[in-house]
Design a protein around this ligand. Structure first.
Ligand SMILES: NC(=O)c1ccc[n+]([C@@H]2O[C@H](COP(=O)([O-])OP(=O)(O)OC[C@H]3O[C@@H](n4cnc5c(N)ncnc54)[C@H](OP(=O)(O)O)[C@@H]3O)[C@@H](O)[C@H]2O)c1
Length: 322
């Protein structure tokens, strides 16, 4: 194997803490007939990545992975090669990819081989960096709003955690789906972001009076709520739903929210497939769309990026590759 067959990647030799994240030189994955080889320029850093690093998903799903194990579930760059049964992509195309637990290796790497159905042209005016960071949270926001809550035009919906990864994308998607949006965001900066992204009303969710803001926004009670954080404030916020209202949260939100009497509460996953990626792209392309990347770290500083996940930031974090 010569040097062109090798790539830089952040990989772990065992599950564990941030100290396991190591910059390694590894073989570039070979593509299968239905896969695309993407040369990544950026990778998104998901709030869920430390759980993968610690072996949480492997244990949950009974997977015994090979080490070194490359982390990362989303990224963007250009097509380097296409499998023999793949159509619609050509080398050089600017694409993003969503590969949660990608069996061919993660996306904290210079190259990823990935199912062509999980690769898409970069939608709208997104930069490559924004596209790298939107995959996981975009799909999860849309599975929640469209497939789980089945938001209809004119409905009132609360986005709880509106300054976060899923939340800030959900505010924009819900508006584009015709909903009236009450954003509950953390911090003055989160409130300012949600206002900028077009929420109809915004309330600070750690110190503000969310039930009062909800009553003013929807006197008969809210139709629906998407929760991206749990805890006492989230429970209190759920009381603002009307009788027969719907709420949803993705698996991973802790502590797991409990539904008040008369409210339907569903837990769901942001599973990617061609159909939802196409729907997400169409909504992004329907007008100006912002994916807020708070901080971008060089690939070799992935451990710092994981540490930063524990602090307050808006939107997403990302890694710059190459
Ligand atoms: N099952 C799936 O498919 C799936 C996929 C993606 C994500 N998830 C899970 O979904 C959850 C959210 O993911 P994410 O990427 O959106 O995480 P995130 O970026 O951390 O977003 C959560 C947001 O909620 C905010 N928040 C917490 N308490 C609040 C309060 N009382 N009022 C207002 N805002 C509050 C946080 O603010 P601070 O910055 O102040 O903490 C943060 O902005 C995570 O648990 C993740 O693991 C699941």
């Amino acid at each position: 194997m010569n040097v062109e067959d090798r790539m830089r990647a952040i990989a772990i030799d065992r599950f564990g803490g941030v100290e396991t994240l190591t910059l390694k030189t590894m073989p570039i994955p070979e593509i299968g007939p239905e896969e695309v080889l993407v040369r990544l320029e950026f990778a998104g850093v998901g709030e869920w990545d430390p759980f993968e690093r610690e072996g949480g998903y492997a244990q949950m799903m009974g997977i015994e992975p090979d080490f070194p194990y490359v982390l990362g579930s989303e990224g963007a760059g250009t097509v380097a090669a296409v499998g023999e049964r793949v159509s619609g992509f050509a080398p050089g195309d600017r694409v993003y990819a969503i590969g949660f637990l990608n069996p061919r290796g993660g996306l904290y790497a210079e190259y990823v081989a990935i199912d062509a159905n999980l690769v898409s042209p970069v939608p709208g005016a997104l930069t490559t960096e924004q596209a790298a960071a939107v995959g996981g949270v975009g799909i999860t926001a849309l599975r929640g709003l469209d497939d789980t809550l089945k938001i209809q035009p004119g409905e009132s919906v609360m986005i709880f955690g509106a300054g976060g990864g899923i939340g800030h994308v959900a505010v924009q998607l819900a508006k584009r789906m015709g909903a009236r949006v009450l954003a509950v965001a953390s911090g003055a900066d989160g409130v300012a972001l949600a206002e900028r992204l077009g929420a109809d009303a915004v309330v600070e969710g750690r110190a503000g009076d969310v039930p009062a803001a909800a009553r003013a926004f929807a006197p008969g009670g809210l139709d629906a709520a998407l929760l991206t954080a749990g805890g006492e404030a989230a429970e209190t916020a759920l009381v603002a739903l009307r009788e027969g209202g719907r709420a949803a949260y993705p698996t991973g939100v802790q502590p797991e929210p409990q539904a008040p009497e008369g409210v339907r509460l569903d837990v769901y996953n942001g599973d990617p497939d061609r159909d939802i990626i196409d729907r997400l792209n169409r909504l992004i392309e329907a007008g100006p769309f912002d994916v807020h990347v708070a901080r971008t770290f060089p690939l070799e500083q992935a451990a710092d990026a994981h540490r930063a996940l524990d602090g307050h930031y808006l939107g997403k974090l990302a890694l710059r590759i190459g």
